[in-house]
Ligand binder design. Structure first.
Ligand SMILES: Cc1cc2nc3c(=O)[nH]c(=O)nc-3n(C[C@H](O)[C@H](O)[C@H](O)COP(=O)(O)OP(=O)(O)OC[C@H]3O[C@@H](n4cnc5c(N)ncnc54)[C@H](O)[C@@H]3O)c2cc1C
Length: 499
């Protein structure tokens, strides 16, 4: 099953129903493929897996491993050339386009993470006789062979952010509690884990920015375990879809793309050594991602998703404007031009990042992370701005569009008459407005924006890292050179005046 179908993916989710502990709305969740709070996103993911079997897309979505002759999902390919890096981008964009950039954590994200981690596995080091690099290679082979999906959780609970995790009154963060010849035991909680309802394995890796101090070792580990591991619980937030599983026409995005987020709780969970990738090593945990170049790979995926989302938003704005003929007003043209310019800059940043790609010391090709860092910094405000402009274009239409059920009720004729606009019949316009509402104003839209701001870490602390890591001196040298030139010119001018 090296490349799975949607049906095989759904079968796998069903098979885990009894073995795993998912909680939402005060109850234990059963089959996520049929529970209306989860089923919409499960169907969407199944559709993405089916794309891997579309004969027209076969060479885009999958690749043949030259060593084994076997076909695998493209996102699991370790890129060893510019062509392979670009081929991966093409695959990512297909999934991003299929989900309008709104399924924020499609499985390719962590597949890419696994592939490049295995490609640079020597960076994982080891502990006593345990070779973490080999563990990572084995995990990659296992995940790729089954085309499994993985989610990850990096952060500790928000108990008291004024103190380091090892120095809290309440010791709630997940930590190592015991070590044996067979493995380790962990207990405590980890926060946001997106996609957790639709995966086979979950990665409990450290945030790379832990302050180094005496007791931090207990919290500095990396493991990957099956979601069915005894003692592991997933606490899901309520769905953003009103009523749990509302009509796809009235909530067209939320009903398809609410991938859910969960907190994970571990109660004396046993992890065999084969599934450990870092152990009591604060320094290794803090530097691992940078040494492997995870950001450059993950943001390759993220940036393409952001481009897909921005393309959708520009298309949505244009369609709304055309439907009621407002594109001729100069302020609307101004807003459209801003949105189009932002989209073009996003595309240019991705092109520039790939153009600057090169191999790391293990021959794994990665894009230039610089343009991706710029995108991470600017995209949240760009997309917030696009949302805002779409709401100002659609204005009252957003809050008067009724539910589509009204068309088949006794007020159907009124709705058909008064909801039409110059270039759209009432049914098209209502569906367009429901789509715009879901994209910009709904609970789904709120979660999307929060995701864009935070999924890559706290933007405030990221800003410090960006400023600290930036190559500042050449820019300051330019200013210093001008000041020197200017001072010399002034002296010269004074000298001439005195003569
Ligand atoms: C929708 C969504 C999905 C996500 N999915 C995932 C996922 O799948 N996997 C994953 O690992 N993570 C995920 N994240 C979590 C993300 O990594 C964190 O949100 C991010 O790292 C910030 O941590 P926090 O949410 O705990 O906020 P906190 O760190 O608690 O910050 C809260 C506020 O306090 C400020 N603050 C706190 N501490 C400091 C400090 N030391 N210095 C300055 N300011 C501080 C922050 O600026 C912020 O304004 C997701 C987040 C969101 C919102």
């Amino acid at each position: 099953m090296a490349v799975r179908t949607g049906a095989q993916f759904l079968d796998s989710l069903r098979a885990m129903t009894d073995g795993r502990e998912f909680w939402m709305d005060g109850e234990k969740i059963g089959d996520v493929t049929t529970d209306p709070r989860f089923a919409g996103a499960a169907r969407t993911l199944a559709g993405l897996y089916d794309m891997q079997h579309d004969p027209d897309l076969s060479d885009v979505m999958t690749y043949v491993d030259e060593d084994t002759g076997e076909r695998h999902p493209r996102s699991y390919q370790i890129p060893r050339s510019m062509e392979e890096l670009q081929a991966r981008s093409k695959m990512v964009k297909h999934w991003a386009d299929a989900t309008l950039g709104m399924f924020t954590r499609t499985p390719d994200y962590m597949n890419i993470y696994l592939a490049v981690s295995a490609g640079s596995a020597a960076e994982y080091g080891g502990y006593q006789n345990h070779d973490f690099g080999q563990n990572m290679r084995d995990l990659y082979q296992y995940m790729r062979a089954n085309d499994y999906a993985m989610a990850h959780s990096l952060n500790h609970p928000q108990t008291d952010r004024s103190r380091p995790v090892e120095d809290q009154d309440q010791d709630l963060a997940c930590k190592i509690t015991k070590e044996t010849d067979a493995g380790i035991y962990i207990s405590g909680a980890r926060t946001v884990t997106t996609l957790a309802a639709y995966i086979e394995e979950v990665s409990v890796f450290p945030s790379p920015h832990k302050p180094v101090s005496g007791e931090a070792g207990d919290y500095s580990f990396a493991v990957v375990i099956p979601v069915t591991t005894p003692g592991t619980k997933f606490l899901f937030r309520p769905p953003v879809v009103p009523g749990g599983g509302a009509s796809p026409e009235d909530h067209p995005l939320a009903s398809r793309f609410d991938e859910t987020d969960a907190m994970m709780v571990f109660d004396n969970v046993f992890v065999p050594w084969e599934r450990v990738y870092a152990y009591r090593d604060v320094e290794a945990c803090n530097t691992l991602s940078a040494r492997i170049g995870h950001s450059a790979h993950l943001y390759d995926q993220v940036s393409l998703r952001c481009i897909a989302k921005a393309e959708f938003m520009v298309g949505l704005a244009l369609t709304i404007c055309h439907s009621m003929q407002i594109e001729g007003f100069s302020h609307i043209a101004n807003w459209l031009a801003d949105m189009m310019s932002q989209l073009e800059l996003l595309k240019a940043a991705h092109t520039a990042a790939v153009a600057g790609a090169g191999p790391n010391k293990y021959g794994v090709w990665q894009a230039d992370a610089g343009p991706f860092t710029a995108m991470r910094r600017l995209f949240p405000d760009m997309i917030a701005n696009m949302n805002d402009k779409v709401t100002q274009m659609a204005a009252g239409g957003l809050v008067t569009a009724p539910s589509t059920a009204d068309f088949s009720s006794e007020i159907g004729d009124d709705v058909r008459l008064y909801m039409q606009s110059a270039n759209a019949d009432a049914e098209t316009r209502v569906r367009l407005m429901r789509l715009a509402f879901d994209a910009t104003m709904s609970g789904f839209a709120g979660r999307q924006l929060l995701y864009e701001r935070f999924f890559g870490g706290d933007p405030v602390r990221n800003a410090h890292r960006q400023v600290n890591g930036y190559d500042k001196q050449p820019l300051m040298d330019k200013v210093a050179a001008f000041l020197m030139r200017s001072a010399a010119d002034t002296d010269q001018t004074k000298k001439h005046a005195a003569e």
